[in-house]
Structure formats: C-alpha cells, structure tokens
Design a protein around this ligand. Sequence first.
Ligand code: AMP
Length: 168
Amino acid sequence: MAGFNKDIYIGLGSNLNQPHIQIKKALRALNNSRFIDLQDYSSYYITAPMGYDDQPYFINAVAKIQSKLKPLALLRLLQSIEARQYRKRTSNQNAPRTLDLDILIHGNLQCSTSKLTIPHPRMLERRFVLEPLLEIAPAVMIPGLGHVANYFPFVIQQQCQRSERILL
Ligand code: AMP
C-alpha cells in the first residue's frame, strides 16, 4: 500500500479467557483495520508469568505491520482493540490480562514521552518478545541498540516454548 513503508513490530500477550483465541482475535482485528497492513506474524509462544507468578501461563506472539498512523494514533487503535477484548487495567503492571498490545519497534523512531516509549523499554528483557520477533525478522535491528539477536543470549534461561503456527 502506498505510504506504508516503516516496519512496525507489535507484541501481543494474553493469559485469560482462552488466550490462544484472544491472540487470534487481535491479529484478525489488525488484519481487518483499514489503517493497518498486517505483513507477518509469529507462532504462538507459551510463557511462564514474570513478576507475579501466581497466575496462568501466557500466550505471546509478535506481528509485523505497516501503517500510516502516527505512533500515538496507532497506540490508541491498539488500546481500542484491547478494550473490545475486555482488557481491564489495574495498578499491577504484571496482573493477568485478556490482551496486551505493545508497540515494540516503529521504523527508526526513538521516543520517550509520558504515553509512549519506543523502542519498548522492557522488550530486551523478555524472551517472549525477542524469540517471536527473531522468528519473523531474524536480522531486525533495534534503533539505537543494534541487532536483536545480540540480546537473545541474556534471556535464554526464561521459560518460553514455541507452539503451533497461528492460522487466521
Ligand atoms: P500495559 O499495562 O503494558 O498495557 O501498559 C500500557 C501503558 O504503557 C499505556 O498507557 C501506554 O501509554 C504506555 N506505553 C508506553 N510505551 C508503550 C509502547 N511502546 N507500547 C504500548 N504502550 C506503551
């Protein structure tokens, strides 16, 4: 599509209300949005919870999209998809959730405001982000930080298992 030229990577996660279905629904919502060109997406990954252990395992995935939306408008669109899937926000950052959508990388953009930090500030600490990202984009670079692959050895001890391919 004309004007859609930046590669944007979105992290998806869910651990409530049939997480596989939540992730599939979110990918379908991205695919059906006229503001988004869904280009690729990873397999499902089954991930042990981090931070707050007493909660169900997560399903995670990463999608590659292109979009003409400015980053904040894209964030709002992602939040509207979360809200449609009954995401409830609580003060606990690591609490269970039906759906979490994060902007991981947005072309070459580096920004840090009260609403949006890109690249996503915690992505390098998370195997459930780096592994699906490397699955769909093995040579991907993080603006200002270099190759994603260089960071993978530091998270390899985390529990995260590749599962089946997602069929939309
Ligand atoms: P979470 O609880 O992980 O969904 O956090 C959502 C909050 O993080 C939102 O209020 C966003 O304003 C903020 N945020 C900052 N940077 C990002 C990013 N790269 N992607 C998504 N949300 C972000």
